[in-house]
Design a binder for this molecule. Structure first.
Ligand SMILES: [Zn+2]
Length: 423
């Protein structure tokens, strides 16, 4: 029994009014229920949430029966944010904003219960790699994970987390980070896939470092490419699991030892529209109900499949990224960033890519591992882009600096004309 670790989290719960410890306890057991039992709980929670929303929020009272077919977009919430408050919810409401990768963040409200679930879901993903409550964790992240005001500083101290900024990733920063991670005997690294990959590349380039205390690495917030997974596990000599969360939608998913991403279906109810976009009903946020919310993510759902890990939570299939990562050409043809993921993923020389476009031109930036390869080697990719999309100019740049995002996540696609893409 890990008494000290438990005590840290009980103190967090007491100070913040959360219930992380009890929620985590419930999820630890619940994850091994059989799939049918979990679907029953999920359906029951959905019926209750919809009933609650219809009775207590102006927005859902208005659309009434359409609640089962309508799609909730960020724009609808932005136009009338007040109409989503439940007038029967009496607990504390916490104001939150989504990350601004589309340039237009969404403000919504959440609850202590939903916050507790978010943290319990993250910790559940850490536990798949042997993490025990209260152990040292290194966060490699930008603002969407790590806030640096006093309240959060105290919170991270109690969580036993050290934050390493994903904004600062030149070689000397990375060297300092790695020395600290080793010295503080971090048990787990949790961070953006591309940022953790930068640490891995540094180690692979500059010679091995041993991390005898490290149990594993969990990446989050971005797509983890096979190339990056290999880099990270080779450099740190531990297993790498991916974690995915979309907090406003109540989605929390974690990878098990068998490479499957299980999502916690008792906290969210997922449906797909005809184009495969994920619509989520958040089952844990009673203060600001969001039903059939357009998440901007695309992935398939493998509901009936069982996993050798014996978890009953359903499995998310191939993750196709965020729909805000879209290229729109002069004929208004929309290409998803997944198109480029698939295009480049089998080329072992391509480490990373970014596509920048505006109404006149498209520029494909490739980070490649071999400086001696001639540019012509990569030109056939531009031919494929030309065949699929119409612009006046096409350009390919090799090992040219990427444009960074405000929150230090890697951006796969950037609309440089700054015209907001409305969904
Ligand atoms: Zn599994």
């Amino acid at each position: 029994m890990n008494i000290l670790g438990q005590a840290r989290f009980r103190l967090i719960d007491r100070l913040r009014g959360t219930t992380i410890v009890s929620t985590l306890k419930r999820l630890r057991k619940e994850q091994f229920l059989n799939p049918a039992a979990l679907v029953t709980i999920s359906n029951k929670n959905r019926v209750q949430l919809i009933e609650h929303a219809l009775m207590s929020t102006p927005y859902y009272r208005n659309i009434n029966k359409d609640v089962h077919s309508s799609v909730l977009t960020k724009d609808i919430i932005r136009k009338n944010p007040e109409s989503f408050f439940s007038n029967t919810y009496v607990g504390k409401k916490i104001r939150k904003g989504t990350g601004g990768s589309t340039g237009a963040p969404l403000v919504y409200y959440t609850t202590n219960e939903a916050q507790s679930f978010m943290w319990a879901g993250i910790i559940l993903s850490w536990e798949t790699l042997g993490y025990k409550l209260g152990e040292k964790v290194a966060f490699v992240a930008g603002t969407s994970l790590a806030k640096n005001d006093l309240q959060h500083t105290v919170f991270y101290r109690l969580l036993n987390v050290t934050v390493y900024s994903a904004y600062h990733l030149n070689d000397s920063d990375i060297k300092t980070y790695l020395i600290q991670i080793k010295k503080t005997r971090a048990r787990l690294i949790y961070g953006y896939a591309t940022a953790v990959n930068s640490l891995a590349e540094y180690i692979l380039k500059n010679g091995p470092i041993q991390f005898p205390d490290l149990r594993g690495i969990v990446t989050t917030a971005e797509i983890l490419s096979d190339k990056h997974r290999d880099n990270i596990s080779q450099a740190f000599n531990v297993k790498v699991h991916n974690q995915y969360g979309c907090n406003e939608a109540g989605i929390s998913a974690f990878e098990c030892d068998f490479g499957n991403m299980h999502y916690i279906n008792t906290a969210t109810s997922l449906a797909l529209d005809s184009e495969g976009n994920v619509l989520a009903t958040n089952l844990v946020n009673k203060a600001y109900p969001m039903i059939r919310y357009f998440t901007g993510d695309k992935f398939s759902l493998l509901e009936g499949e069982s996993c050798p890990c014996k978890r009953g939570y359903p499995i998310m299939g191939s993750f196709m990224g965020r729909t805000c990562d879209m290229v729109i050409d002069q004929r208004n043809k929309v290409m998803h960033s997944a198109f480029f993921n698939i295009l480049f993923r089998d080329d072992k020389h391509i480490e990373q890519f970014q596509v920048q476009f505006n109404k006149n031109e498209i520029v494909v930036l490739l980070e490649v591992d071999d400086q001696t390869l001639p540019e012509e080697y990569f030109m056939h990719y531009l031919d494929i882009v030309k065949k699929n999309m119409q612009f006046d100019h096409y350009d390919l740049k090799i090992n040219y600096p990427f444009l960074p995002a405000e929150n230090a996540k890697h951006r796969y696609v950037i609309n440089t004309s700054n015209e907001a893409i409305t969904l």
